[in-house]
Design a protein around this ligand. Sequence first.
Ligand code: FES
Length: 218
Amino acid sequence: MSRALDYLMQARPQAMGAYFKFLKDNGSRLEPKTRALISVITKVAVETELGLVQYTRKALEVGASPDEILDALMMAFPALGLSRIVWAVDVLIEHGVEGFADLAVEDSEETAPAPRGERLDVCALDQLPERQTVKRNSGRYPLLLWREGATVRAFKAYCSHQGMELMTSGIKGAQVTCAQHGWQFSLPDGRCSRGEKWGLSELPVTLRGNRVIVQWQD
Ligand code: FES
């Protein structure tokens, strides 16, 4: 979820709650892959970069292949037009989305490393409060962090339900609540209240001196 939507959830909770309920109800008769593909198309139609990346990852998670995602975009050609489809593929490559980035690297003569293994110098260890969930954005990568002494655990700040970004406003102590449908996660282990399989994705952390280094993985 974008910061603007997060803000609106707080400023107009009733209206936004009704809006998300409306969306949820209308998607309830579709299977997850179809829902995710439709969401990808809508994000391209309104050119929402972060939403496109989140929903494309969600589509991959629920079983869509990169080819099927491309097919969906091409089928929407009459509405999207070529320029939006090209924009979308550019975004997916640039964000290192699985399947799209791989193909671009195979076809490219460039030797730049794919962003999937990017090492993020997040902050100094003593900038993290003890035993408290905190959110940090490192470049375009949103993270949830937990520190206990010199041990730090890091998670992708994306909801395991539909891939929405988890926002600072949803954090209370160790717990973080997704603003979209209210799923809850708790650190230090990233557990989801909906069950073990929905836990947050953990990332490897190392310390370089006093710096916290997180290895991002797509
Ligand atoms: S996207 Fe549904 S609860 Fe987070």
